[in-house]
Design a protein around this ligand. Structure first.
Ligand SMILES: NC(=O)c1ccc[n+]([C@@H]2O[C@H](COP(=O)([O-])OP(=O)(O)OC[C@H]3O[C@@H](n4cnc5c(N)ncnc54)[C@H](OP(=O)(O)O)[C@@H]3O)[C@@H](O)[C@H]2O)c1
Length: 433
């Protein structure tokens, strides 16, 4: 066997402790598959005296995580701290420029600085690997970079945030409000005390930007991702969507269109019998459409110590085996600058809910605005008639440009009988484009 491969671990939280546990528990298989022993030589975290799930006393401790980049007995630095900048970025940059491989689970870092870091890795002839950064235990980075590499990818979409999926699944099951279910998710530990990154779609946007780069061979462009979260999803829309044959999911969608690349994160209505609608609770699911392979689907746990650490170790084993694949599948100089399609140019079907006081003539006015903006109605559903009380009127419309849909809704909002600003949800269809 070759010399052991020596690991320095920065961050001993959920993921870092998980990595050390699996390396210990599955040591024999991991060594056999790697062709060499994998050993942890040094670790760093904020507080040396903290009670942890792992015994950190048996490793060399460094108070300053960036020092891992200078250790002679470290071949691979694991960056498991988090954050798009600060210590994590400093450590990764120093490690790469000192000729050490880097494995990270940090989607924020890769979404913001992925192209520059991949360039540094190439210049120093080392690997930058981040399988764990997207969809936890699901090997979606490898699927795109390796397994599907013969294909042109038309579209990739998925549920990439377990917290949002847990909340939407439980709202649908129980009819409870977003705030209620978020509260429960926080109590159960499925949502952070500060849930902004999850529920406002930012975490999904980080992951989508990374997947889009891998799928389309373009530079990572987080700023190009249109991002909307799930705070506005209400039980009434979930109920009405079901009556129309749809579920509501927070999707990240990246699509190659004739005008460029669309990258968007927002609540979507998806056909109730589609595979993606069956991905429930904290699970993640990603669908990739390739020109020759057709549609492929990946489902599993998107977070947690075991699944995430499993992905980190898969990257370590690749490096141990001597695999040297460019971070985004092609050398950085071949990555294209993505031509981003603005959200206003998005073209698709929509669901619109109006709250209407049953006034004669309101339909005629709505139909007039639809006609003015070239929007074609597919169906309409009116729940019940309670004289004087606002009732929901739901329309679905055929494929329309977002710009026209938004203008139509702004006009409809001014109708006197429409008592609150209309709700609009995009419908995602899954026929190949
Ligand atoms: N948790 C998941 O399920 C999951 C899934 C996919 C990806 N990720 C990503 O994995 C990374 C780590 O997440 P996590 O959940 O393991 O986080 P975590 O439980 O909060 O752990 C973070 C670790 O980093 C250490 N740390 C923080 N600031 C530091 C500093 N300045 N210097 C040295 N160490 C520092 C902390 O030290 P102390 O322990 O001393 O406080 C802690 O051990 C993040 O990028 C996250 O996005 C996590």
């Amino acid at each position: 066997m070759n010399n052991p491969l020596r690991i320095g671990v920065a961050g001993l939280g959920t993921v870092g402790a998980g990595v050390i546990e699996i390396l210990h528990a599955n040591n024999a298989q991991i060594s056999a598959r790697s062709g060499r022993e994998i050993i942890v030589t040094a670790v760093s975290a904020r507080d040396k005296n903290k009670d942890r799930n792992v015994n950190s006393d048996i490793f060399k401790w460094l108070d300053n995580a960036t020092e891992l980049a200078n250790q002679d007995d470290v071949d691979i630095v694991l960056e498991l701290i988090g954050g798009s900048d600060g210590v994590a970025k400093e450590l990764v940059e120093s490690a790469l420029s000192n000729g050490k491989h880097v494995v990270t689970a940090n989607k924020a870092l890769i979404a913001h600085h992925g192209t520059a870091l991949a360039r540094m890795a190439e210049q120093n002839d080392v690997c930058l690997s981040f399988e764990a950064a997207v969809a936890g235990g699901i090997p979606i980075v490898k699927a795109l970079r390796d397994g599907l590499t013969a294909n042109n990818i038309d579209r990739i979409y998925g549920i990439m945030n377990g917290t949002c999926n847990y909340i939407l699944t439980n709202m649908a099951k129980s009819g409870r409000s977003f705030a209620d279910v978020l509260d429960e998710a926080q109590t159960l530990g499925y949502a952070e005390t500060d849930p902004i990154f999850d529920v406002d779609g930012i975490d999904t946007a980080h992951k989508l930007a990374i997947l889009a780069s891998l799928a389309f061979g373009s530079e990572v462009d987080f700023a190009a991702v249109y991002t909307e979260g799930i705070r506005q999803v209400s039980p009434i829309d979930i109920q009405l969507a079901e009556r129309l044959g749809y579920g509501i999911k927070l999707l990240g969608v990246a699509k190659q269109t004739l005008n460029g690349i669309e990258q968007r994160v927002h609540p979507c209505m998806v056909p109730i019998d589609s595979p993606i609608n069956h991905v429930s609770g904290v699970f993640n699911g990603v669908v990739v459409d390739g020109d020759f392979v057709d549609s492929t689907i990946y489902e599993g746990r998107g977070a947690g110590a075991g699944p995430t650490a499993s992905a980190v170790i898969a990257d370590i084993i690749d490096i141990a085996r001597g695999l040297r694949i460019p971070a985004f599948g092609v050398p950085v100089k071949l990555l294209t600058k993505p031509n981003t399609v603005a959200m206003s140019e998005h073209y698709g079907p929509y669901y619109v809910r109006l709250m209407v006081v049953d006034a004669p003539g309101v339909f005629a006015e709505v139909a007039g605005y639809l006609r003015d903006h070239n929007v074609s109605m597919e169906s309409v559903l009116q729940q019940s008639r309670d004289l004087g009380e606002p009732v929901p009127v739901v329309m679905t419309v055929h494929e329309t440009k977002e710009f026209d849909m938004v203008n139509t809704i702004n006009d409809i909002a001014n109708i006197e009988a429409v008592v609150e600003y209309p709700t609009m949800i995009r419908i995602e269809t899954f026929q190949k484009h």
